[in-house]
Every structure is written in C-alpha cells, then in structure tokens.
Write a new protein. Structure first.
Length: 425
C-alpha cells in the first residue's frame, strides 16, 4: 500500500482534482448516498463510476467485475496486498494459493484472490488489481465535490453477481481489515479509519460517511446525537463487527437469559435482512415478546402468520397503534458492555407485511448458518439490516467502538433522509 509508485498515483489524482473541486479534495471524509434495493433488501453505494456496490459489513475486500477483455494491471504474487488478500479464507472455499504463473514470464506470478458473495455463498477466483473508486468529499454538512482514488480490489466473474441487486457490479467489504473500503479511504485520503452508516428504510435516502467527523445532521453535530457506545469485540478469526451484551436482552424491561447465562456475542450484518437469534435465545425471546403483548392486553391482536412469511408472531396491522417511532409495542433492549443499551422500538422491531398483517421481524438462526469469514461458533445474535435502519451507527476502528443513536435522540426526528446532499453554490 505504501509503495512510492502508488503514493505518486494518489498525489497526482488529488492534485488533478484540486483544480476541479471546491476545497482541496484531500484530507476530507467521503460521503455517499446509500440505497436499499426493494427486491433483495440489500444496501448499495454508487462508488464505482456511479455504479452500485453492495455493502457488506463482514467483507474484508472490495470486489467487482472487471470489464470483459479490458486490460487491467494484475498485482504480482509477492505484492504485500496480494498476501493481505489471502488473510481471510472465504467460507467453503476450496481454492488455495496466491496466484498463477504469468503467461508472459514464467518467473513471475500473477495474483488471484477469492471474492465471496455473502448472499449466494459462492466464491470465485479473480485477479487482484487496482481500480478507481469515487465519492464526494464532505465537510460533514454537505458534499463538496467528487474525489476519485485508487483502491486495491479483486476482479470477479459476472456469475458471482448472482443474488445481488440488478445493476450492482460487486461488493464493498467494510470489515475490520486493511483491504476493506474504510481502511482504503483512510489510507488514501489521510482520514480516520472510522465510518458512519445510516441505512435507509426506503429506496433512496441513506447515507454513509467514511473518514470520521465532525458530522452534522439538521445542523446538529452527530456526536451529540450518539447516545451509546460499546467496545468492538473479536469473534474467532472473523474480520466482522461484534459487540457483547454482558447483561443479556430485555423485553418490556424483563430480562431473558439463555441457558448458559454467558454474555451474548452479537454480530452485525448488512446482508442479513432481519435479525437472527440462535435457537436457544430465539425461543426465550419469542415467548417473552408474546407474554409482554399479553400483559399489554394486546393478545387478541395476534393473527396467523402468512404462509410465505419467515416470522412467527404476527398482529392485526389495523389494530396496532402507531407512534412516531413505529408501532407501539413492548421495547426490546440489548444490555451492552460499557453500560449502554441499544433500544429497539417498533419501527425496527415490527415489519408491516401487507395491509392486514405486521410481524415481529426476528428470525431463528439456522444451524450451521453461513458461517462467514473466519468460521467459528455462531454468535447468539446477528443484527440484520431492518433493525439498523434509520439509526446512525459509527464504526470507529481507531477507538475500537461502535457508537449508535439511542431512543431519546429519536425525539429530534433524526432519520437518514436528513443528511443535506445539496452541494453549496
Ligand atoms: C487475469 O490477469 C491475467 C494476466 O494479467 C490475464 O491474462 C487474464 O486474462 C486475467 N483474467 C481475467 C479473468 O480477467
Ligand atoms: C456527488 O454529489 C453530487 C451532488 O449531490 C451527486 O450528483 C453525485 O452523484 C455525487 N457523486 C458521487 C460519486 O456520489
Ligand atoms: C383486523 O382488524 C380489523 C378491524 O377491526 C378487522 O376488520 C379484521 O377482520 C381483523 N383481521 C383479522 C385477521 O383478525
Ligand atoms: C442544504 O445545504 C445548502 C447548501 O449549503 C443550503 O443552501 C440549504 O439551505 C441546506 N438545506 C437544509 C434543509 O438545511
């Protein structure tokens, strides 16, 4: 990453941009819109020449299709980034090795990586290369103008796009690793290895900001809106994001405990649509929510779960009351390390399936569920996209913390739609 040739490339691209762009274009965080794809419930950012890449919190690399036949510069096998690309072995990947002999020079070796599709579970082989990615620089309030930078990525065959949104050309890994997107932005822009994510609940109004603060929404600094912060944890050999609920989970203020009473390990996933709970936790959780609704005198609102739905507890949509935080239902709280609580209100706990039915949007984890990079034991909870929507999450690799907005900050009306995407004149 720190080869002189590479630094010159970056310096040249920054100085070119400096002429075209308001401000200096360097040393600034980058902002991009986040879009939700209705068909797949996946989230994308348009950072490859305006074309979308799918956000994957657990992915250690960035990969995309390399234009068929278009020449690309393949890294040598002994390049440090080639070694790095093999640090995490994709789940179920039979491939090993760093590359293959160069057809033009038998003494050289060209680097291949193994890009992984977190939705289909497929892994392929692709050349490691460098491509231009782009986003807007930001002062934390508005976009300032486009910035292009060179990132180390893997090529992938078109067949690896299966299961991704129409038009998406790859996956942007956001994990805790030097080849993931946040670290590459930090390295090329000279900004912090930290990013803020606000996933949208409808197609077009989410936002991601890479490179730290200060950030402002509705004229307020985001640091004042973040109510909670909890340490990021390691889980096995996974590069993903994990936190820990040392005091478990409460539903309507009553604690549910899994059999072993151990702290619960919680993963976060942008490629899992709804939060998954390990079987032992799931059963206690469903029973606790059902009983809480009964205490609330709402047992009669239960309706059968539609056949095609993955959810167990469903309610009569027209009889549940609405608040500005979504349906008025018992509150779910994750009691996290550091003494903070992640509160889940109706807007993140109950999904409206159709005009008649709304369901508790949590599902049971399947045994041996897509283990992900690093494998290891399944965490107790994998927080999915729906539970993170319209929250502001700050993944800070420098401080090794996850910051998030808590309930009382919702009162300010914060939602993803409030980032000001208008460029100042
Ligand atoms: C990978 O790179 C090699 C050498 O640079 C090239 O011959 C080959 O066609 C590339 N493969 C793909 C799938 O682009
Ligand atoms: C930069 O911001 C402008 C204005 O909001 C927008 O039209 C453009 O698509 C953005 N560019 C990128 C790469 O996100
Ligand atoms: C839901 O409530 C509405 C309004 O009271 C009622 O008309 C409808 O039959 C209920 N649906 C079910 C499935 O119970
Ligand atoms: C968004 O930013 C533009 C440019 O600075 C400004 O003119 C406009 O008033 C802002 N809009 C809101 C809603 O704050």
């Amino acid at each position: 990453m720190w080869q002189p040739k590479y630094l010159i490339l970056v310096a040249v691209s920054l100085s070119v941009l400096a002429c075209a762009v308001v401000g200096d274009g360097g040393g600034r965080p980058l902002v991009t819109a986040v879009t939700k794809d209705a068909a797949t419930s996946l989230y994308t950012i348009p950072v490859k020449s305006g074309r979308p890449l799918v956000l994957d919190l657990s992915g250690p690399i960035v990969w995309s299709t390399c234009a068929d036949g278009a020449p690309h510069d393949t890294l040598e096998c002994n390049n440090i980034d080639c070694m790095r690309a093999h640090r995490f072995h994709p789940p179920g990947c039979p491939h090993t090795g760093y590359g293959m002999p160069d057809v033009h020079n038998p003494f050289r070796c060209k680097c291949t990586a193994h890009p992984h599709n977190p939705v289909s579970g497929d892994t392929a082989s692709g050349n490691m290369t460098r491509v231009a990615l782009s986003a807007n620089a930001t002062d934390g309030m508005n976009p300032l103008g486009p910035v292009s930078f060179t990132a180390v990525t893997s090529c992938a065959p078109n067949t690896l796009l299966q299961g991704l949104p129409a038009g998406a050309v790859g996956v942007v890994g956001l994990a805790r690793f030097s080849l993931a997107f946040p670290a590459q932005v930090a390295g090329t822009q000279g900004v912090a290895n930290s990013f803020a994510l606000c996933l949208p609940s409808n197609p077009g109004n989410g936002v991601a900001i890479f490179g730290g603060g200060p950030l402002f929404v509705l004229g307020q600094p985001i640091s004042e809106m973040l109510g909670g912060s909890t340490p990021l944890r390691k889980h096995g050999d996974s590069p993903g994001y994990y936190i820990r609920a040392s005091k478990g989970i409460t539903v309507d203020g009553l604690r549910i405990l899994p059999g072993d009473h151990a702290p619960l390990t919680i993963g976060l996933s942008t490629t899992t649509p709804y939060t998954e709970l390990r079987s032992d936790v799931y059963r206690l959780f469903i029973n606790a929510f059902d009983q809480a609704m009964e205490r609330w005198g709402a047992a009669a609102l239960r309706v059968p779960s539609p056949a095609e739905s993955p959810f167990e507890l469903c309610y009569n949509n027209s009889k549940l009351s609405q608040t500005r935080f979504g349906f008025f239902v018992p509150r779910i709280t994750l009691m996290l390390d550091g003494g903070t609580s992640w509160q889940v209100f109706g807007m993140n706990s109950i999904v409206r399936l159709n005009r008649a039915t709304a369901c508790l949007a949590f599902v049971e984890m399947k045994a041996g569920n897509k283990a992900g990079y690093g494998g290891g034991a399944a965490p107790a909870v994998v927080i999915g996209g729906f539970q993170m929507e319209n929250m502001l999450l700050v993944f800070d690799e420098e401080k090794q913390t996850l910051g998030f907005t808590t309930g009382r900050h919702l009162i300010t009306g914060l939602s993803c739609g409030h980032f000001n995407f208008t460029m100042p004149a």
